[in-house]
Design a protein around this ligand. Structure first.
Ligand code: PFF
Length: 457
């Protein structure tokens, strides 16, 4: 079944797509990856990955989405009705996005908790049980333990995020997703710019910027490239069915190549701004490098920094507002993949589809949340349920989906279909089509396959 709903404006469709792309991947994954992979060299390779692979694969997804005009499985059926079985690639993407959603929602709940705790000041209230001599790191580690690995509070916050998703998704594509993105994305960019201004005027800002922007090519190893490409796919929301679904809401006159470039540049710009915020702060406050990894960066290192700044509660609240907004617009896009599937595949009404998709999340996300806290002894292959889902969906399903998507658009779908989408049925001239098609056909699948294999050897 096809869908008839479209985004109402150009700005709205860009805001919604950028809202999906800009998420926790930019804020906590990017600085951590940059730090772990040699700073500026990683940034250069990352930028190359975004331009050489990210943007072409994004145009392929947009083409499949708008031309297929359905959910992530129906798009394959509509484009090549005689090639049975390819819908399974979409099904894999839907499953992966739903699994990611179940733990991404939990992390979104943590960001909301930190927003509340910043607003109330509890996050910075000293704790008599923790020796002050041990320094702030011990204090914030223990706060993190109580906010994140507790039983009830993380669940409550996760449920609030799920309820907020329910609210926006029920209002539909234009009145829900588009309107929310039109309000939230400008707020997010304004906050980013404010933080950049603050960070760049810190005493050791220059040293931080130097680490971030001055390349040391001797630090490059094959894994630098592998990690940069993985980060690019994660950050641009590729191979998850998200862009196929959102592009099915693009009107016929949307310029797909230009949209892909705009979305990718805004996503890349956010990541770079995050680097310009984090590294000067880390250098100025003399924090050690291990504090940059994943959740420690956001939930321990940043509060340490805010605690040393004037206006602690104000800046902390503003930052966690930024993070909650970024996470929220991404959870909406992850959920919309399944909602569109329920609507198009089973002919469900919007309301029914949203409820069917969102209600199980209360259970699935609870399991993920508890697996970090009271159930952390229960492991699969030595990982908690949370980490296991993250690993399977992000490191295995995402690259497999990416390879299959490229094979489909490069080899199975008619070349004329791809060309018609990029040129809006011949009304635009596309100077880059040949290059984009070549990358999607050859370069991207081979490189992603390399990543997939690399991580296991
Ligand atoms: N692109 C978003 C982020 O960087 O956080 C959301 C996201 C989409 C995360 C797809 C993970 C993913 F696999």
């Amino acid at each position: 079944m096809s869908n008839k709903v479209k985004f109402g404006s150009k700005i709205g469709l860009i805001a919604a797509t950028v809202g999906s792309a800009v998420g926790l991947g930019n804020v906590w994954r990017f600085p951590a990856e940059t730090q772990a992979n040699g700073g500026a060299v990683f940034l250069i390779i990352y930028i190359a990955c975004v331009f050489l692979l990210g943007i072409p694969v994004m145009t392929a997804e947009f083409s499949l989405g708008r031309g297929g005009n359905s959910d992530a499985t129906g798009a394959f059926r509509n484009v090549t009705p005689d090639r049975k079985g390819w819908w399974a690639v979409g099904a894999l993407a839907i499953l992966a996005s739903y699994l990611i959603l179940s733990f991404y929602m939990v992390v979104s709940g943590w960001t909301l908790e930190y927003l509340f705790q910043s607003l109330t000041g509890n996050l910075y209230a000293s704790d008599t049980a923790i020796s002050t001599a041990a320094g702030d790191e011990a204090l914030f580690s223990s706060k993190m333990a109580s906010y994140i690995t507790g039983t009830y509070r993380p669940l409550v916050m996760t449920f609030i995020m799920i309820a907020a998703n329910l609210f926006v998704l029920l209002r539909g594509v234009q009145k829900g997703i588009e309107k929310m993105s039109n309000i939230m994305m400008p707020v997010l960019f304004l906050l980013l710019l404010i933080f950049c201004g603050v960070s760049l005027t810190l005493p050791k800002a220059y040293e931080g910027v130097e680490f971030f922007l001055k390349p040391d090519f001797s630090a490059v190893t094959p894994s630098t490239v592998v990690n940069a490409l993985g980060q690019a796919f994660f950050s641009l929301s590729l191979a998850m069915g998200i862009l196929v679904t959102y592009a099915s809401y693009y009107p016929a006159d949307t310029k797909l190549t230009r949209t892909a470039v705009t979305v990718s540049l805004l996503d890349l710009g956010t990541a770079i701004l995050m680097g310009l915020i984090i590294f000067p702060a880390v250098m100025t406050f003399g924090l050690s490098e291990h504090n940059l990894a994943g959740s420690a960066l956001v939930f321990i290192t940043l509060p340490e920094i805010f605690a040393q700044m004037g206006g602690t509660m104000f800046w902390s609240s503003l930052f966690f507002l930024l993070l909650s907004v970024a996470a929220f617009t991404s959870t909406i896009s992850l959920a919309e993949v399944s909602v569109a599937f329920m609507e198009c595949r089973f002919g469900m009404s919007r309301k029914r589809a949203v409820v069917t998709v969102v209600l199980p999340l209360f259970v699935l996300s609870s399991i993920c949340s508890l697996s970090v806290g009271p159930w952390s002894d229960f492991t699969i292959f030595g990982k908690t349920i949370f980490d296991f889902l993250d690993m399977v969906a992000t490191n295995i399903m995402l690259p497999i989906g990416g390879i299959l998507l490229c094979i489909y658009m490069g080899w199975v779908a008619p070349r004329s279909f791809f060309k018609n989408e990029l040129t809006n049925n011949g009304t635009l001239t596309s100077h880059v089509f040949g290059l984009v098609a070549f990358i999607v056909k050859w370069v991207a699948p081979l490189l992603i396959a390399l990543i997939l294999v690399w991580q296991f050897i």
